[in-house]
Each structure stands twice: as structure tokens, then as C-alpha cells.
Write a protein that binds this ligand. Sequence first.
Ligand SMILES: Cc1cc2nc3c(=O)[nH]c(=O)nc-3n(C[C@H](O)[C@H](O)[C@H](O)COP(=O)(O)OP(=O)(O)OC[C@H]3O[C@@H](n4cnc5c(N)ncnc54)[C@H](O)[C@@H]3O)c2cc1C
Length: 295
Amino acid sequence: MEFLRPAGWAEALAAKAAHPAAVPLAGGTDVMVEINFDHRRPEYLLDLNRIGDLYEWEVGADSVRLGASVPYSKIMENLRGELPGLSLASHTVASPQIRNRGGVGGNLGTASPAGDAHPALLAGGGEVEAVSVRGMRMIPIDDFYLGVKRNALAPDELIRAVHLKKATGPQQFSKVGTRNAMVIAVCAFGIALHPETRTVRTGIGSAAPTPIRAKTAEEFLAAALDEGGLWESRKAVPPAVARQFAMLVAGAANPIDDVRGTASYRRHALGVLARRTLGWTWEQYRGQGRTASCA
Ligand SMILES: Cc1cc2nc3c(=O)[nH]c(=O)nc-3n(C[C@H](O)[C@H](O)[C@H](O)COP(=O)(O)OP(=O)(O)OC[C@H]3O[C@@H](n4cnc5c(N)ncnc54)[C@H](O)[C@@H]3O)c2cc1C
């Protein structure tokens, strides 16, 4: 195995162009496990750890540009206000050691349906900055996941950053696991309220071949909130609306039975997560209204 250690971004892109099968190495928390278990023996490893740009983030007026290798621990520490959904998801990843090494670029690279960043990225409406020697393109997160552990990157492309709008409303993430920490999701759910566009976005993890959105549930909820004038009044969401939303989220999933849980348990649990996270986000939204009217 040959170890490529580019000192900068241009060198990394040139190396990936010259060796498209080279496996990028960021935190290594997925790659090194695969190599140690002999699941993968790449001819080239492309170490991205010397590229400082990948560890930086920028908070703009409306959005955040998050370097691909920014570790989860930094997201939790620094971006809780701007990216609450991703920050909550970061909290649930593994252990402090893994959160200090692993990042969103690696989660996207692996594209496991169980990756915790994905529901938050889908709910937040992120875009992936994919770059090669041929140029740069932005891949909407909805188009990024192509199949089980397959993503939309071309063989010569690297992820440089992820772009996410700063939250304009409450966001939540919740995950079911077989224990409280160091656990791959049995299923996971992310929700983001977007009051400025009167829309709701969601993300489902570990309950379909890829991370997915529950679009029918989103549309149903947005319409119910609109028709009831709830965005303006900030009154409680009627229980029947919350129940229907939960049912539609469960119905959007396409889970399998595996060692972590059965398909029917996953569907049931997703319905519970959807109802709870909707309750939490809506209460936050109502609270923000009360704070604004007291100010
Ligand atoms: C003990 C343990 C527990 C874990 N628990 C969780 C968990 O709870 N939740 C969870 O979501 N994950 C978990 N993981 C998996 C892993 O930590 C995450 O997927 C993490 O986000 C990977 O990031 P990384 O930087 O370590 O990626 P790496 O391992 O370096 O890379 C992962 C993949 O992404 C590719 N890649 C990395 N950077 C780029 C880039 N810039 N451009 C293109 N491709 C790139 C790599 O080639 C590889 O295919 C766990 C792993 C371990 C070992």
C-alpha cells in the first residue's frame, strides 16, 4: 500500500486525479477499521491530514461553510447556534475520542445509511462542495446518496466542505440505539423548521438503503401548520396532526431486519422519534415567540 501525503489542496487533487482509486484518509475512524479488519486493501491511501483548509469553518451572513475534516467535537463546541441539528447529531456519534477525529466529510465519504450526520444534513438542506482538477461543483444533499454506501462523488473528486444555511428555526435530532453511547443507530430522525419559508424538512437514518427525507410527511405538516395559521399564532400543534406526521414519517421508511433491529421496530421507533422531535421543535418555536414579544 502506498501512502500519499499531499501538503496542500492542489497537490491532493492532482494525486486523486493521477490515482482515482486512492482512498482518502481524514480522521480514519472508518478507513482504518476497514483496513484493520481486512475489508479493504487499497493500493493508495491519500492522507488529507496536512490540509489545514479542511479543518476550518466560516460563518457567513446566511450560511456556514464547514470544512470536510472539521471534527464533530468542534461542531458541538462552536456551531451549536448556527447548526443546532448537526450539533445534536454530532453529540450522538460514538465517543469523545472518535468525535475528536471523525468529521462530516468522512461520514459523507462512507455514505452509510446509519451515519449520524445525514439526517441533520438532509433536514438542514446542505450542499456538498466537491472538487477535482476539473473544477468545483455543489451537490445538493438530496442528490448525494445513491445507494448503500454509494455517493455521487466522481472517482477524481474530493469533498472540500459542506455548506448549510444557518438555522432560522428550531432543529432536532434523535437516535435510537441498543445502548446510550458508542452505538450505531437502529434508526435516527432529524427535523428542521424553516419559518421564513413556512417549510419543514426531515431526514431519516438507518431505515432505508440510503438516508432519506420523509417528503410526504414534510408537505403534510407544512400544509397543516399553514392552514391552521400556526406559524403566526404559535398555538400548539393539534395531536391529530402530530400523529399523522408520525405515521407518514414511519411510512416513508424502507427498513430491513438486521442484527440491530427489525424493520417493524424501526418503523415504530421512527414514528415515536418524529412525534417527539416535532413536539420539541414546536415548543422551542413557541418559546422564541414568547421571548420576542417580551423583549
Ligand atoms: C468505534 C466507532 C464508533 C463509531 N460510531 C459512529 C456513530 O455513532 N455514528 C456515526 O455516524 N459514525 C460512527 N462511526 C463511524 C465514523 O466515525 C464516522 O463515519 C466518521 O464521520 C468518519 O469520519 P472520518 O473523518 O474518520 O473519515 P475517514 O475514516 O477518514 O473516511 C471515511 C470515508 O470517507 C472518505 N473521505 C474522507 N474524507 C474525504 C474527503 N474530504 N473527500 C472525499 N472522501 C473522503 C474516505 O475515503 C472513506 O471512504 C464510528 C466509528 C468507530 C470506529
